[in-house]
Design a protein. Structure first.
Length: 400
């Protein structure tokens, strides 16, 4: 097995947390292209070079540490949610760095490392790997905006001085991504490792309802065209309309809302909100889209509101590669006999996009309390090290 150094791995993981450390628990604020994100990527590039890997930034800010010749690729992302945990993405990047570094020191197999950019979707959905994997054209992605109205093109221009060409995928024989589970399954079962069978699909779009901005004291209820009331009615109605279509595993979220002008004494004239839905079945995702569009049109019609839909972003459900998955399963059984399980992923990951280019597989470590996308996200350190060892075993087996 590749002789990984758990202490060096943990030290690097804690160091990465210092970029954008929130001051609340172990949380981080390191959204894509923020100062903290770019500083973290510069530090990572240095660590890659020290490990004997060649650092290479691509035009969208994803950072690769390349081994010479054909290699197995390991990694994840180092950007965070606006309020993020210290392990989401970071764990897979630093575990990859440690396994590749240890392999190099031991004269072992060539392993490359990646930290994809904007996995957390400040601009799109897993933007950096989505472009690299060919799910989305760069020109199209450049027009995407974040919640503050900045374009992806303007954001990536901040890293232009570092950027080379896109890295050629053909040099990689496959991709392994280690990640925190971000849900309650392993924490409640007591298993130490989850080997992912498939990653769900996702759809995401902005919806805009426009009414009439007006005085909140003088405008009679019957005469109002209130954009917030429209959004609230849509949200309520959609839960009912989905009832016969969804399974207990289907999820949908209105997570970002922008009301205009957002003042107590003004009937809101405009509501822009995100509508996101996820499921393992493409046909169900499509049925849900139709219901969303119909219900929004119905509510807008009844309440005298104008309706607009933003671009529909999406990723299809993806099954993991049997051979790579088998290597992770064998590694898990060797490290924690009987203490691991196969499971689906309800979170999205860069692996979904990379699967368009090469075989991919993923492993999870437990999330304490099942909490993620929150400063409180955490995993017990011995569990982090178990994950590192399983990754190292799988990387050895696949390159031996
Ligand atoms: O939202 C997700 O599933 C991922 O964390 N980007
Ligand atoms: Mn992640
Ligand atoms: Mn995340």
């Amino acid at each position: 097995m590749i002789p990984v150094d758990p202490q060096r791995f943990l030290d690097d993981l804690h160091h990465l947390r210092s970029f954008g450390a929130s001051g609340v628990g172990k949380g981080v604020v390191r959204p894509a292209f923020s100062e903290a994100d770019i500083a973290a990527r510069d530090w990572l590039a240095g660590r890659m070079a020290e490990a004997g890997l060649m650092p290479a930034f691509d035009p969208v800010g994803s950072l690769f540490g390349l081994a010479e010749g054909p290699s197995l690729l390991l990694g994840s992302h180092s950007d965070s949610q606006p309020e993020g945990g210290w392990l989401d993405g970071a764990l897979g990047v630093i575990a990859a760095l440690e396994v590749a570094r240890a392999a190099k020191e031991a004269g072992g197999p060539p392993l490359s490392v990646v930290s994809f950019q904007d996995e957390e979707g400040r601009f799109g959905v897993t933007t950096g790997s989505s472009i690299w994997g060919g799910n989305q054209a760069l020109a199209e992605a450049d027009t995407l905006t974040d919640a503050g109205g900045e374009t992806f093109a303007a954001a990536r221009a901040r890293m232009a001085a570092r950027a080379g060409d896109f890295v050629t995928p053909a040099q990689f024989t496959g991709f392994l991504e280690m990640h925190i589970e971000q849900g309650p399954v392993l924490d409640s079962s007591g298993d130490k490792i989850g080997v992912v069978e498939a990653i769900v699909g996702i759809r995401d779009m902005k919806i805009t309802l426009t009414g009439q901005q007006n005085h909140a004291g003088t405008t009679p209820m019957a005469l109002r065209r209130d954009a917030f009331q429209g959004m609230a009615a849509f949200s309520h109605r959609i839960n009912d309309r989905f009832r016969n279509v969804v399974t207990p595993a289907t999820v949908w979220t209105i997570g970002h809302v922008s009301l205009h002008p957002n003042a107590s004494s003004i009937v809101p004239g405009r509501a822009v909100f995100s509508m996101q839905w996820r499921d393992g079945d493409t046909a169900r995702l499509d049925r849900m889209e139709a219901i969303i569009r119909e219900t929004a049109a119905e509510v807008a019609g009844e309440m005298g509101l104008e309706l607009g839909f933003g671009p529909l972003l999406g990723l299809e459900p993806v099954a993991m590669d049997a051979r790579l998955r088998g290597a992770l399963e064998a590694g898990a059984e060797a490290e924690v006999p009987g203490g691991w399980r196969r499971m689906p992923s309800g979170a999205l990951h860069d692996a979904t996009n990379v699967a368009r280019l090469m075989p991919v597989a993923m492993l999870f470590v437990p999330s304490i309390g099942g909490i993620s996308h929150d400063f409180a996200e955490d995993t017990a350190e011995p569990d982090l090290v178990t994950g590192l060892r399983v990754l190292a075993r799988a990387a050895s087996a696949l390159t031996g």
